[in-house]
Design a binder for this molecule. Structure first.
Ligand code: C5P
Length: 225
């Protein structure tokens, strides 16, 4: 049954625009959207708040099993509290990248992510959507952009939300995060063999969305709303 529900997997490094593109594509198709990074972020936030060491694999996996996370529109909830702002902070993203390297944590979050795959279809974004979580996806995209342009985009996003930001620190953190996400033993960040690589350094969000939608149309799946 799971095999029959169409899935688009959009993977890529931090601030590549994959969340925005995935959300817009999901809206156009009137499909569900999974921001898998938000789940890792909420788990990291919960660990930071409870003072749990970010290397405590067994404790973090146990927390992952009972994590009370939910999404509505563009809000992220942890045990009924709107944690959208805290979840989006750079320090939360960096902590998420640390706990995401732990195999037991990834295993504990697998079923939770797969539960988003419901009719009429799903657009998911993350690091291992095409390789591990939804290997059956009919379309796999690896969305990327230069580190400098990603740092600049992240800077603008944070400033727009009145969150603290410094472009040099952002670039350094982003390169460290890329290195950690790419070199980890489980589900490292890299394009799947069957992924279409889309470099958005010189591409607007709209152009990237159109590109994904035309790949969907070429495969004869989904109807644009
Ligand atoms: O995508 P986002 O920046 O919100 O993800 C935060 C961190 O969560 C990433 O740096 C990555 O380490 C981790 N992550 C992951 N696998 C996913 C989604 C996110 O390892 N599918």
């Amino acid at each position: 049954m799971l095999q029959e529900i169409p899935v688009i997997a959009i993977d890529g490094p931090t601030a590549s625009g994959k969340g925005t593109v995935a959300g817009l594509v999901a809206g156009k198709l009137a499909w569900h959207y999974l921001d898998s990074g938000a789940i890792y972020r909420v788990l990291a936030l919960s660990a930071l708040r409870r003072g749990v060491d970010l290397a405590e694999e067994a404790s973090l996996a146990a927390m992952a099993n009972t994590l009370d996370v939910s999404f509505s529109a563009d809000r992220i909830w942890l045990a009924g509290e709107d944690v959208s702002l805290d979840a989006r902070r750079e320090e939360t993203g960096n902590a998420a990248s640390k706990i995401a390297a732990l195999p037991q944590v990834r295993a504990a979050l697998l079923a939770r992510q797969r539960a988003f795959c419901t009719p009429p279809g799903l657009v998911s974004d993350g690091r291992d959507m095409g390789s591990v979580v939804f290997p059956q996806a009919f379309l796999k995209i690896f969305l990327t952009a230069s580190a400098e342009s990603r740092a600049e985009r992240r800077y603008k996003q944070l400033i727009a939300k009145d969150l603290p930001a410094n472009i040099a620190d952002l670039l350094r953190d982003l390169q460290e995060r890329d290195a950690r996400d790419s070199s980890r033993a489980v589900a490292p960040l890299k394009p799947c063999e069957d992924a279409v690589v889309l470099d958005t350094t010189a591409l607007s969000i709209d152009a990237a969305v159109q590109c994904v939608l035309s790949l969907v149309a070429q495969r004869g799946v989904g109807r644009i709303a």
